[in-house]
Write a protein that binds this ligand. Sequence first.
Ligand SMILES: Cc1cc2nc3c(=O)[nH]c(=O)nc-3n(C[C@H](O)[C@H](O)[C@H](O)COP(=O)(O)OP(=O)(O)OC[C@H]3O[C@@H](n4cnc5c(N)ncnc54)[C@H](O)[C@@H]3O)c2cc1C
Length: 119
Amino acid sequence: MTTGKIFDVIVVGGGPVGSRIAYRVARAGYNIGVLEQKKSYKNPVCCTALVSQECVTHFELPREMISNSFSSARIFSPHGREIRIRRNSIQAFALQRPAFDYELAGRGDERGGGIFFGI
Ligand SMILES: Cc1cc2nc3c(=O)[nH]c(=O)nc-3n(C[C@H](O)[C@H](O)[C@H](O)COP(=O)(O)OP(=O)(O)OC[C@H]3O[C@@H](n4cnc5c(N)ncnc54)[C@H](O)[C@@H]3O)c2cc1C
């Protein structure tokens, strides 16, 4: 890879963890580059992307990224028995995972770093 840039830190893997680390390191004042082997964050994505309210709040996720919310669930045992759970408040959110990945990756760009795909 040739970018002409010099980075203080390189993160290998632009998943949620790599992107979050990139964000934190950039906030600490370092120029960081993320190398991601995928060509993009487009579908298909191997993740249901169900997260808690705590996740949405902690990561300050924009509402547009949330495709659905849930206050109940049906759980099936291997023998077909069913348990139904219902709460009065929302317990989980389904995110648009590619949008989530883009959002987190973009946050690490603060000091002119960036994510490099297809590496
Ligand atoms: C079917 C499925 C359903 C899931 N459902 C949920 C759910 O509902 N809710 C939830 O919270 N979690 C869910 N998860 C888990 C969630 O996807 C993972 O916890 C999360 O993606 C882990 O993030 P990560 O950054 O550690 O790893 P990853 O998301 O795996 O990211 C690692 C990145 O590193 C890249 N990479 C690896 N090696 C290299 C290399 N040598 N060079 C360059 N790039 C590299 C990979 O391409 C990848 O993009 C699900 C997972 C699966 C498989």
